[in-house]
Design a protein around this ligand. Structure first.
Ligand SMILES: *[C@@H]1O[C@H](CO)[C@@H](O)[C@H](O)[C@H]1NC(C)=O
Ligand SMILES: *[C@@H]1O[C@H](CO)[C@@H](O)[C@H](O)[C@H]1NC(C)=O
Ligand SMILES: *[C@@H]1O[C@H](CO)[C@@H](O)[C@H](O)[C@H]1NC(C)=O
Ligand SMILES: *[C@@H]1O[C@H](CO)[C@@H](O)[C@H](O)[C@H]1NC(C)=O
Ligand SMILES: *[C@@H]1O[C@H](CO)[C@@H](O)[C@H](O)[C@H]1NC(C)=O
Ligand SMILES: *[C@@H]1O[C@H](CO)[C@@H](O)[C@H](O)[C@H]1NC(C)=O
Ligand SMILES: *[C@@H]1O[C@H](CO)[C@@H](O)[C@H](O)[C@H]1NC(C)=O
Length: 860
């Protein structure tokens, strides 16, 4: 009945539960207490946004209360054509803003590009490709009339290798993740679409994410230094790139036992004051828990508008926001700031000029539909115009997918293949889902080539998707495919073909918790290849001397059962290539290009290797997950514990060889313990703050039919509402906080981005084939400092193409932020011991294959 939305809606409803949960600012002996931070800082003071705020002010000062409420509250689930639709201010020409998933392209659409997933993009280690992919996504969104694209995702980071949505982000390393965040946001926004950096913050697992009003929710308990050095940097990078929107999370809805969308420390304090965020905070879909509380804590926009239940129409804002203004609980100033932030973002992205209209519906592929899907009523209208927005983006998707492919093993140069080889392919994942590539809603199955995980972060694939087997058959002549995952006599027979090269396709999938696939409830239940892939690999390898394992996966999988089998000659990791699956893969398999991807995470041998970071699957009430490993996530943990991974972070082979030499480090600035003080903040808009007359939110006579469950800003009994005493949270104040010393501009104190050292290294292709090298810079902090710091941390990388014999000098800059630690007492980034002792710079092919090192010099 609801076409493509049916599954989603039904699943969503089945999860939906509670009534409003009261806003509580907890205060106790709890060591992980979230301190109050009030009031919400106003936006507009950063020079980069001042012009947009001036325009916004002119519009907002003309708005009535109902109009302001419209801008902040979406109209309800499935009441508009996008997954989120705010109320318009028709009188002043401000439109309903269309917000649409997601991080790898447009969800619920057609004639669009399904780009490779974030994790695939991270594996390219290529900033230009990160940008181009972002720009392609932004252009497609704008072309469809989408104002706000709900991506990129940089939380989860991937602390827990089984985390269901890790693949939506780019890397388990904060530095690589931050670079991807910055360049993706730039790309999306340069194309004229507002990017949304999400999910803020520390939403590392799906279980107990607590949407739909669930009372059993996980709290990510994180100390302040770990927050600043591990989880915050990708958000800081997005803010520095000028991101328009930040989505507060419901995954891990609580941080230090305070809900992410009403955590004043995180929203008012860290995001808006310290990071200088000038855009607006948007709730994840049903992540809001309180009306007044979330507004005071810094939330600016509510999606999809409904309160604690999907599609119930009982908003915590909407009419209740109108009431909270009339009864004086929310200062008018706070609402003005929220509205101004949203309107300013619209101007900042140039969306006030010639912006395309919304030309699709999320709820049907039919051309026509009723206007209000969520109320099952309304006139029948044209909803899908099938606008083709793909341009050359297929090439970008292919290039990203190809340059991500990571060669993990290649004995006796079994790869590349030759087209005259006898090729036997095993595993259903080498071909298309027989029902079609989009047969499972939100990609909620693991049948056919695995191109994406499942959930809201997915996109429709082309129906004529070229799967690996299709592309292989176009090149080689003697190809046979065993299209199952089970081990049968047929496997042995095929694998025994004379001189065969055997490709075994195995997979591991995960996704969002609203769909369970093969007993994986969003998060993975283990790190094994699915469908007993290890057994298939072993069965093939027992008979085939040249076995090549092809992996499509959301993250690390165990390989111990087969990696040392004498016949497993090659292992190739293709991640989640989106639509860039068949040809990019054969480009590498047959040696048209040399593989150049490198691991964006560590592959361990057993789950304990990662430390105590399994998925929390049991508990009641507020379930506390202490991030005890602190800074030691992924390879930093393996290094500290002296655990040998199967393949380390940064690892990736090539068909050619690269040599690094002539490491030079130039001191650029004197090392002072603290950065220069930040600049003073600029102007912010000032408005009349008197409480408007109740008539501004009275039901207009022009609305004769009220759509059931539709969220309007109006109040039936508005004139009854009187100002009253509100019990404000502990620590609530209206006087502005002093400007944080670590703040001062978008992304924090601009001095943090000063270059302190310039590092040069010569990279030479000493092999026989053109290829792309990824020189990686790992920084070791000075010995003897009082700050416990990971042994080595990625702080620089580049990706360059070289012909055989060619060499180039690569320059990498170490910025103040890269060589600083977060001092929790001083609330400041500092150079330990005033930078008196030198840092050691390591250059390597991976986090463990380090070939050059040098100590940083003093400025003469
Ligand atoms: C699409 O159109 C078909 C044929 O008219 C109809 O049966 C179906 O219900 C429609 N689907 C949706 C989601 O409206
Ligand atoms: C959650 O707690 C609230 C308040 O105690 C209660 O009304 C509601 O029924 C609970 N929800 C669930 C799903 O248990
Ligand atoms: C969480 O608790 C830790 C430990 O008390 C504290 O250092 C940190 O600032 C808190 N963070 C947030 C966001 O509340
Ligand atoms: C608020 O938005 C609704 C549509 O969601 C629209 O009908 C109404 O006119 C808007 N109200 C105002 C005051 O602009
Ligand atoms: C004002 O209205 C809001 C929204 O309904 C409510 O939560 C709050 O308690 C009210 N304040 C007073 C003082 O009545
Ligand atoms: C192997 O899987 C295929 C496809 O699911 C099925 O047709 C076949 O019967 C299975 N064979 C065995 C031995 O399980
Ligand atoms: C107005 O109506 C709402 C909903 O009917 C009710 O909850 C609220 O208490 C009323 N407010 C006043 C001030 O009467």
């Amino acid at each position: 009945m609801y076409g493509k939305s049916l599954t989603l809606l039904v699943l969503a409803l089945s999860m939906a539960t509670a009534s409003p949960v009261e806003f509580v600012e907890r205060q106790s002996e709890d060591p992980f207490h979230s301190p109050p931070y009030y009031p919400a800082p106003k936006g507009g003071w950063a020079p980069t946004w001042a012009a947009s705020y001036k325009k916004a002010q002119k519009l907002v000062e003309q708005m009535t209360l109902a109009e302001k409420v419209n801008v902040t509250t979406a109209v309800g689930w499935m009441m508009g054509r996008c997954v989120g639709n705010t109320g318009p201010v028709e009188r002043l020409g401000f439109p309903s803003l269309c917000a649409q998933d997601g991080p790898l392209g447009i969800r619920y659409n057609d004639h669009n590009t399904a780009f490779p997933a974030g994790i695939t993009t991270g594996a390219t280690w290529d900033r230009d490709l990160m940008y181009e992919r972002g720009k392609g996504m932004g252009a497609e969104a704008k072309g469809k009339g989408i104002h706000i694209l709900l991506g990129p995702a940089v939380g989860p980071l991937g602390r827990q290798p089984r985390g269901g949505r890790n693949w939506e982000g780019f890397s388990a390393d904060s530095f690589l993740l931050s670079e991807a965040s910055y360049h993706t946001v730039k790309g999306i926004q340069d194309a004229g679409t507002q990017a949304t950096i999400k999910h803020y913050i520390a939403n590392e697992q799906e279980h107990f994410r607590g949407d739909g009003g669930s009372n059993d929710t996980i709290s990510s308990d994180i100390d302040d230094r770990t927050m600043h050095e591990v989880y915050l940097p990708p958000f800081a990078a997005a803010v520095r790139a000028g991101v328009a929107s930040v989505m507060c999370s419901y995954n891990t809805p609580q941080i230090n036992a305070s809900y992410a969308c009403e955590n004043s420390k995180l929203l008012n304090g860290i995001l808006k004051d310290e990071l200088g965020f000038q855009g607006y905070v948007m709730s994840d879909w049903l992540a809001q828990r309180s009306g007044v509380g979330s507004a005071l804590a810094g939330l600016d926009m509510v999606q999809p508008g409904d309160g604690n239940l999907w599609a119930d129409g009982n908003s915590l804002w909407g009419p209740e926001l109108s009431r909270s203004i009339l009864n004086s609980s929310i200062p008018v100033d706070r609402l003005n700031d929220a509205v101004t932030r949203i309107v300013a973002a619209w101007y900042q992205l140039g969306q006030d000029k010639d912006f395309p209209h919304v030309s699709f519906s999320s709820w049907t592929f039919n051309d026509t539909d009723i206007e209000f899907r969520g109320a099952d009523m309304g006139r029948v209208m044209l909803v899908n115009e099938h606008v083709d927005v793909r341009a050359n983006h297929g090439d970008i998707a292919d290039t990203v997918a190809r340059d991500a492919i990571t060669l993990l093993k290649n004995e006796n140069n079994v790869l590349p293949l030759s087209k005259s080889d006898t090729i036997r392919v095993f595993g259903q994942g080498a071909g298309n889902n027989p029902e079609g590539p989009n047969a499972c809603p939100d990609r909620g199955c693991n049948i056919g080539v695995l191109t994406q995980g499942w959930g809201s972060g997915t996109s429709q694939l082309p129906e004529d998707l070229i799967a690996p087997i299709d592309a292989i058959k176009e090149i080689a002549h003697d190809v046979e495919w065993y299209k199952y995952d089970n081990v049968t006599a047929e496997v042995k027979k095929m694998a025994s073909a004379r001189n065969a090269k055997c490709i075994v396709s195995i997979t591991a999938d995960s996704g969002e918790i609203f769909i369970t696939v093969e007993n994986n409830v969003g998060d993975r239940k283990d790190l094994k290849a699915w469908h007993n892939g290890a057994a298939l690999v072993k069965a093939v390898a027992d008979s085939c001397k040249n076995t090549i394992v092809l992996i499509h996966s959301v993250g690390p999988i165990f390989m111990e059962e087969w990696i040392n089998h004498k016949n497993v000659k090659a292992v190739i990791l293709a991640y989640l290539p989106g639509q860039g699956t068949g040809y990019p893969l054969t480009d590498v398999l047959f040696g048209k290009v040399s593989p150049s991807g490198h691991l964006p995470y560590t592959i361990g041998k057993r789950e304990e290797d990662w430390g105590d970071v399994g998925i929390v699957t049991e508990g009641k009430g507020v379930i506390r997950d202490q991030f005890k490993e602190g800074l030691y996530v992924d390879y930093k943990w393996f290094d500290k514990q002296g655990i040998s991974p199967r393949f380390e972070f940064g690892y990736g082979l090539s068909y050619t060889k690269f040599q690094f030499s002539d490491l030079e480090i130039e001191a650029v600035r004197p090392l002072t313990e603290m950065p220069a003080p930040p600049p003073a903040r600029g102007w912010t808009p000032v408005y009349d703050t008197s409480i408007p007359p109740a008539s501004e939110v009275a039901w207009p006579k022009s609305i004769t039919t009220r759509i059931p469950k539709y969220i309007y800003p109006y109040l039936g009994n508005a004139t009854d509402v009187q100002p009253g005493e509100y019990e404000y949270p502990v620590g609530y104040q209206t006087d502005p906080q002093p400007a944080p010393i670590a703040g001062g501009a978008e992304g924090g104190n601009p001095a943090l981005y000063d270059c302190m050292f310039r590092v040069r290294v010569t990279v030479k292709n000493t092999g026989k084939m053109t290829g792309k090298a990824v020189p990686q810079l790992y920084l070791e902090f000075p010995k003897g400092i009082v700050f416990d710091t990971p042994i080595r941390q990625l702080k620089g990388f580049d990706k360059i193409q070289l012909r055989p014999g060619e060499k180039k000098v690569v320059t990498m800059e170490l910025l103040r932020k890269d060589i600083s630690v977060w001092d929790v007492v001083r609330q400041q980034w500092i150079l330990p011991q005033g930078g008196r002792n030198g840092y050691t710079v390591h250059i390597g092919h991976s986090s463990r294959d380090l070939v050059l090192k040098k100590e940083t010099p003093k400025l003469a």
